[in-house]
Design a protein around this ligand. Sequence first.
Ligand code: PMT
Length: 412
Amino acid sequence: MATIKVLENKRIVLGVTGGIAVYKSATICSRLVQAGAVVDVVMTEAAQEFVTPLTFQALTHRPVHTDMFEITARQNIVHISLADAANLLLIAPATANTIAKLANGLADNLLTAVALATPAPTPILLAPAMETDMWLHPATQANMEKLRGWGVNVVGPAEGRLASGAMGPGRMAEPDEVVSMARIILARNRDLAGQRVVVTAGGTREAIDPVRYVSNHSSGKMGYAIAEVARDRGAQVILITTVNRPEPFGVEIVQVESAQQMLEAVLPATREADILVMAAAVADFRPKTMAEQKIKKKGDTQGLTLEMVRNPDILAEVANQKLAGYGPHLTVGFAAETEDLIKNAKSKLKRKKLDLIAANNVAAADAGFAVDTNRVTLLAGDGSIEELPLMSKIEVAEKIFDAVLRLEQANG
Ligand code: PMT
């Protein structure tokens, strides 16, 4: 999917310490650079036993720092200038030894000096990596508790196969997870910080019998993009989904299948939420009954007639919740249309008591279901209309939250 802008132009000091997981740090470094971050790598002596600074220099196109007493071009003291310029200090892998130094305020190499010199508001993220016994040792656990208490962020370690071949906790978190965590941390205090957002994604599946269902072409891409953008802009996000896409890191996932199950998940989730975005393609009808056994063919030609009944309208139920005094203060819906786009969207905006609706022409091949792009017109309850060109679903999600914030501001 399209670029996520949280990392763009962010200064990240990537501290690399000596463990076999160093090979994953090169991937982390590359992902950060590709996302637009300016990455200054600081390597300990032990890290250089595993990988040479050249690897990181090639990835960042910047000098790699290894020497505490390095003279910089501007004659700055290197550990202070790196610490002052950083938006984030990320140490991956963080060995037991470096963790112990950090927990005790030691500054006997460039990396630990940078960490000690990092001003309080600048976040620090550690991705520990070590053998299970080292990780579980009371000394390491006490050090971690101390660091967490100081507000240091931690990602992993995961359980799995370790360098020794043993299985257990201690494996460094995967690069995608580390980069996602970096994005979450950098997104904090952004414009959705402190807001609780519930998003729905995917097409509901309405069971005919234990093996068959009625559904639609929704892939969940739009809903997942909305959840990721909300998270990146600092919100706490619950994603209620019918599809099995890779779970966006830091987002609470609730898996459902049918419209009824989605309703049962949405109502409690939105009780305490600020914003609901219904991107799911909810089936309006479901088979009246679900056969207990697989329906058998009768004869060679006889067809099958299904009696369909109406599903609950989830947005209408949320609107009732709002009337009763709880639930989100802002509700966003989508209108998937193949004709009379604006007219139908306007009527849904009103009928479903929405604050905002994204009118979505699903007849075009490059917009709507299952593609990475979308073309929507945003219609707000205050009468404003914003026609957007074709853009990535991530960009559409950004525009939706821009509009949401504008409405929130207008509502005071
Ligand atoms: O998932 P993708 O492949 O990325 O595709 C994205 C999408 C096309 C599914 C998405 O952009 C979209 O348009 N979602 C809404 C689809 C839909 O159900 O539209 P609708 O016009 O039938 O419903 C209007 C609104 O009411 C929607 O917000 C829907 O979630 C909601 N609804 C519908 C029926 C129902 N019983 N309860 C509801 O709350």
